[in-house]
Design a binder for this molecule. Structure first.
Ligand code: ADE
Length: 244
């Protein structure tokens, strides 16, 4: 069966998942990307740290997809595709009802900093394409249903992705993120991974644990949370895998 690709942006965001892999083997993809093959709940996976930001994330995601397409197949066989891509990690909360430690499962996500409005294109749209809000795969969303974390609540909502760490509530941008895009959480990779999955026709799910409230305390809270960042992700992934 095709492997499921598991990504997080930073070491802390994948650590517990890596420790939980059975038959773990380290591989280097394209000469630069460190990844781990193994199984989780008996399913083959490829796990990697994408790096921070949309560009690193898109590069890493595509590199893994291409690696899977080429490996271990007879030369005349159709290229293999990953069974799914699941991105987990931390996010800042934009929604007053979402607190530190809560789980945000993305119904959809969008690049909040993609702005070609000067060309008459709606903010967040990849220009001259139909890509704006990128939806998570319904089967993966259904599999995530019923997840009960050890602490905090589970929300389904909208994740906003951009190449900025958001830490100022009184910034005019904050109102745009919350009121116009109606974001529940903000982070720096999800929509890049989602776009990569969409273009490659790979089912995608994005889920984040809230580490901070995207305010003046965000930097400290984020650092504090990073140590236990991947514990909740591992539990969520185990829940999803047991229901696929
Ligand atoms: N990831 C976690 N918290 C974040 C924030 N406040 N802004 C952007 N990405 C984040």
């Amino acid at each position: 069966t095709s492997p499921i690709v598991l990504l997080g942006a930073m070491d802390g965001e994948i650590e517990e998942i890596r420790n939980a892999l059975n038959s773990r083997e380290e591989i280097i993809i394209g000469g630069w990307l460190r990844a781990y093959r193994g199984t989780l709940e008996g399913r083959p996976v490829v796990l990697a740290k994408s790096g921070v930001g949309k560009a690193m994330c898109a590069m890493s995601t595509q590199a893994i997809f291409d690696h899977i397409a080429r490996e271990e197949i007879p030369s005349n066989a159709a290229p293999r595709k990953p069974g799914a891509l699941i991105f987990t990690g931390l996010a800042g909360s934009l929604n007053p009802e979402l607190h530190i430690g809560d789980t945000l499962i993305a119904a959809d996500c969008i690049q909040h900093d993609l702005d070609a409005t000067a060309l008459g294109i709606k903010r967040g749209t990849v220009p001259y394409s139909s890509h704006r809000f990128l939806e998570s795969d319904p089967d993966l969303l259904a599999a995530a249903e019923g997840y009960r974390p050890e602490s905090g609540r589970v929300h389904r909502g909208r994740v906003l992705t951009g190449d900025q760490f958001i830490a100022r509530r009184n910034d005019p941008q904050y109102a745009y993120l919350r009121e116009e895009l109606e974001g529940d959480g903000v982070e720096m990779e999800g929509a890049a991974a989602a776009l990569c999955a969409k273009v490659n026709s790979v089912p995608f799910l994005l889920a984040r644990t809230i580490s901070d409230e995207a305010d003046g305390k965000a930097e400290v809270k984020f650092r504090e949370f990073l140590i236990r960042a991947s514990q909740n992700s591992l539990k969520l992934l185990t829940h999803i895998f047991s229901r696929l």
